[in-house]
Design a protein around this ligand. Structure first.
Ligand SMILES: Nc1ncnc2c1ncn2[C@@H]1O[C@H](COP(=O)(O)OP(=O)(O)OP(=O)(O)O)[C@@H](O)[C@H]1O
Ligand SMILES: [Mg+2]
Length: 168
């Protein structure tokens, strides 16, 4: 019984995006399904669409001018307010994990807001919450991207399951 229930949830889906707009719309869908305290980790090479996806999430979370979301250039973190507080961390430029201490990373990751982390691979995995949504973005041509979403924990597994249903 238990097993059947677990199998009813899917952990992983790969979605192909054929334009920046499609990537943003997928982000928006994800944003609409997030709850306070949720963490989304984005990984992928430069130009794979992490910031664009984050902009979509912000719009989905209800951040006015979600479109204004861009890479935090000089600051590691940008804070927005939508339906819930949203934190956008871009770890691309961090030199070492000490910099994370400087911004009080735990309050973002384990607080009541929604946290989106770009270049999450720069952070030790043990610091990330077990329940989270991991997304890997890959370039596949000028306008094509492959986005693989992996849900960890019940809430994110059901989110992925809902997305799988939409793509059936
Ligand atoms: N299908 C697509 N999805 C997302 N972006 C696309 C797509 N096709 C083309 N692009 C272009 O790729 C670029 C993605 O830029 P974006 O800043 O989101 O990437 P990034 O992963 O955040 O890069 P960085 O590592 O520099 O932070 C944009 O210029 C966008 O127009
Ligand atoms: Mg970026």
């Amino acid at each position: 019984m238990r097993k059947a229930k677990a199998e009813a949830h899917q952990k992983r889906i790969t979605v192909v995006s054929n334009s920046p707009g499609e990537t943003q719309r997928l982000g928006m869908w994800v944003g609409r399904h997030l709850r306070p305290g949720d963490v989304v980790c984005l990984k992928g090479e430069m130009g794979s669409g992490k910031t664009l996806f984050t902009r979509g999430i912000a719009t989905g979370v209800g951040v006015p001018q979600g479109r204004g979301v861009r890479s935090p250039t000089f600051t590691l973190v940008h804070e927005y307010v939508g339906q819930y507080p949203m934190y956008h961390l871009d770890l691309y430029r961090i030199q070492g994990e000490e910099e994370l201490e400087g911004i009080g990373w735990e309050e973002y990751l384990y607080g009541a807001g929604i946290t989106v982390i770009e270049a999450a691979e720069k952070m030790m995995e043990v610091r990330l919450p077990e329940d989270r949504l991991d997304i890997v973005l890959e370039r596949d041509g000028v306008r094509r991207r492959r986005l693989t979403l992996v849900g960890h924990g019940r809430h994110f597994e059901s989110l992925v399951t809902a997305l799988v249903k939409q793509h059936q």
